[in-house]
Design a protein around this ligand. Sequence first.
Ligand code: TNX
Length: 772
Amino acid sequence: MRVVKVFVFAVLTCIFGLANAQNKVNIVPEPQEMQLGSGTWALGKKVKINVPKGQEGVQEIAEMLKESLETSAGLRVSIGEGSAKKGSISFQLRPSFAEEEYELVVEDGQAFLRAATAQGFFYAYQTLMQLFPAEVYSASKVSGLKLSLPEVEIKDHPRFGYRGIMLDVARHFMPVSFVKKYIDVLSKFKFNRLHWHLTDDQGWRIEIKKYPKLTEVGSIRKHSMVGHYSENRFDDKPYGGFYTQEEIKEVIAYAKERFVTIIPEIEMPGHNVAALASYPWLGCSGGPYEVRARWGVATDVLCPTEETFTFLENVLTEVMDLFPSEYIHIGGDECPKDSWKASQFCQDLMKKEGLKDEHELQSWFIKRIDKFITSKGRKMIGWDEILEGGISPNATIMSWRGVNGGIEAVKQNHDAIMTPNSHMYLDHYQGDRATEPLAIGGFLPLDRVYSYEPVPEGFTAEEAKHILGVQGNVWTEYILDGSHVEYMTFPRALAIAEIGWSNPKAKNYADFTARLKKEFKVLDELKVNYSSSHLHIDSEMKSEKTGSIRIDLKSSDPSLQIRYSTNGQDVTDQSALYDGKGLLLSKNTVLKAALFDAQGQAVGAKYEKALVVNKATGLHYSLRHPYTAHSGGSEYGLTNGIKGQQSVIGTWVGFPREDFEMSLDLEKETPVKEVKVSFLDEVKSWVLPPSEVEVAVSADGKNYNMVLLDGVENDPEHSRETAGIFDAVASFDNSAVRYIRVRAKNGGLLPKDHNGGAGKPSWLCVDEIEVF
Ligand code: TNX
């Protein structure tokens, strides 16, 4: 084999990306070492697969390969124990390899897969599949499909032993068929753990023979939330679902064939209202309780009585009988202490055990469970809250509230799995909220996921060993079905696959996204939904000082073309082509744009902005109290031409508590006949309109001509029920002025019936200031 060395060190990653693109080798996760040859092996109609004698599990993997080749391309494949020769694919044992390590070589018209274990061979097989065209994944025959492989030598092993995804089936239930499909797809990208979040306040999803009410009662909630939590709305349909123990076994066996270990999570002591509703004696107040319909954190939690521990031990015994996983997850997160504070039993228990507060009681609780799990030869995992009040001796920590939990755990000589909500929460938005399906919040675009490094800075090599790996979490409050789970998972999980497997020195986002193009075709073949929102259009506004603005559009991928419309019509492949020189807008415009690939196909996220152009557009101003960046405010966001949109909080410039005051300099004397200031009125999002607005204009910056406007309360056109956008409009006599001052009084405290915020200060959200 004539070998072209293309992958040596990190410095070569650019060249590597190029070589990749040219040679069409697209492997995710990127292998540790790869040398590309110059030739290819075009497979014939007949292929022989050679497997080593008596090696457990290898025959099954050879069968998988046979099925893929026969189904997609109609090859005739035989499996036997023959020796390697041209035209064959040979599995060869390498006993010295590590468990997940493999080698894959294509040369001289044949292929070799080498490993020590079935798992190693499975990964060699997955890499081999990725060397073929995407159609090899097709579930039916693809006419005219010719299979060929590039000459290549790959030596590969994972960086971390734990590469996981967490699926929450408590908030929304996912059927067995979907869970299997999900595991199958994840295993193709070399994930080896599925953390299955089986119980929570809103539903208990696993059959427990000893406690049948857990599923009879606890798996069904009366209704579910619709829209965002903050809207406090519900539908009127009971919601339920659970897995029988037989189904659980079926899923575990299916996952095992794909080398995915399922880690069950049984939450405690918080997130347990579904169990409380089933057996009210588990709670401190004795109930009655109802399976929770609202998202968020419940104050009712398990009471640490002997009866509760007996219950938990019985539940965990059944769970451990089902799940062979070494690790058992017991939750441990978000356990409010209200019911323990109010319970005489808990207070007495704390005295008896010498516990100084309820945090120590929680720690005592978890330690007891840890002891039980350890006594059964298993290991306990808990969310990072289990560090509070003293960590259990054998616990592994799942760090979710950022990375500090993980750091703290390692400093105390424990293992940690990194799943910080800053980078690994796949329930967060991955693109512009205005065009993405409703999500819990946050902003976690693909590049941010990809940028994550699981080993905290400053860790010694010894400490780094305690970082077992990474995990992406799919919480499903806002994810109703499998297709939506897939959309939130892919491609962000592919970035996680790479963080968990590949050499961090070879990280290269541009190369990763280039490889994604092929992976999207693979996902298409597998009928997996995914998002392409990482392809998007960014815009920047510039004032032209002539009552117009210039808007520059930029594609996240320079190889894509931007087409746009300014007449409100949807963008098609016939719309105007953006020439990269910026658009000059001199009147209010709805600007729509979209990205197109070389084939003229629309790809990625759509872009849409309502732009306002007036005498204030693009000008700088000063504020008396600062805006808060967290609400989406940006410097000069009040005059940037982009108006806040109803229900899209991030498009407003927000001011907590205080009144609002801004001064604008028009830079020269300008006739002004109207000033319009818009405010958001959305009490559910803690945003109230101002109680009073004052607009003043001045020619010299000293003497002001003032107009006082009533707040929304006295505006007959606007009522709280029709919440939306409140425009305050002040009229003037069109004489020339230079300075404009706007003051608005904060709307005060949130009303008594407010969900979560009663009596708390409200926000004032302003956008935009328009001058005519
Ligand atoms: C926090 S992460 C939770 C979950 C929610 C999630 C939503 C963790 C241990 N607890 O109960 O579903 O946020 O992002």
